[in-house]
Design a protein around this ligand. Structure first.
Ligand code: 5GP
Length: 226
């Protein structure tokens, strides 16, 4: 019995060494099966404080068959956050291992911390025909759009710079300095967004913004549609 297990383990190891699982899934999606995958890939970006986390959570809750991706990050865990819920919190070394092993669909450095989307879960969900929602920054959005031209690109805008400053101030999650840095980056981010995001949603009234994002997703093609 023990010998059988060992033999089985050896076979699996040999297979895994020859064709790593992440490569199999990625290749399947990227090359032949991108047309066959029935799912929709939705990228949601926007300046910090625009309300994209709340919108993404609510959209994922209301849509049947939606999967909200959990990213990996090197940023320190914040109060009230849980490992594996908001993010998978990794050391820089662990994050670099993920890059080396090719397990990330995209990654970027945002405000001094690294963030990335795990590839395997996303690919699996797309092949299963799910709506996959990625709440990522604009650098990551550009990478995803290059890989998946049919990705649904949604950018969440605050109604004004003043409201954005107020929201960041009230959030109380980071220091005043970090909040100012995030606010400072918002202008350039919004200017770049016009080039890569087909859908701009102003989050003035939360319920309306959620409804708009749901409508955009419902009317969008799947990644495999022609
Ligand atoms: P926060 O630390 O406030 O949760 O996120 C900071 C920024 O990182 C946000 O703009 C968020 O959208 C972005 N972000 C979160 N996860 C990812 C990811 O997996 N990839 C990229 N490129 N950006 C991410």
């Amino acid at each position: 019995m023990a010998a059988e297990h060992t033999a089985c383990f050896r076979v699996q190891c040999r297979v895994v060494r020859r064709i790593p699982r992440y490569l199999m899934l990625s290749d399947m999606i990227q090359a032949r099966d991108q047309e066959k995958a029935q799912g929709k890939l939705v990228v949601v970006s926007g300046p910090s404080g625009a309300g994209k986390s709340t919108i993404c959570r609510e959209v994922a809750r209301r849509l049947d068959n939606a999967f909200l991706s959990v990213s990996v990050t090197t940023r320190p865990i914040g109060p009230g956050e849980e490992n594996g819920r908001e993010y998978w919190f990794l050391s820089r070394e662990e994050f670099h291992k993920c890059i080396e092993n090719g397990t990330l669909l995209e990654y970027a450095e945002v405000f001094g911390n690294l963030y990335g989307t795990p590839k395997d879960k996303t690919d699996e969900a797309l092949l299963a025909g799910k709506i996959v929602i990625l709440e990522i920054d604009i650098q990551g959005g550009k990478q995803v759009r290059a890989l998946y031209p049919r990705a649904v690109m949604v950018f969440i805008l605050p109604p004004s710079a003043k409201v954005l400053a107020q929201r960041l101030g009230h959030r109380g999650r980071e220091t005043a300095e970090a909040a100012a840095r995030r606010l400072g980056g918002a202008g350039a981010e919004i200017a770049t967004a016009w080039q890569y995001y087909d859908n701009m949603v102003i989050n003035d009234e939360l319920e309306q913004a959620i409804t708009e994002v749901i409508q955009i997703i419902e009317h969008a093609p799947g990644i495999g549609d022609t």
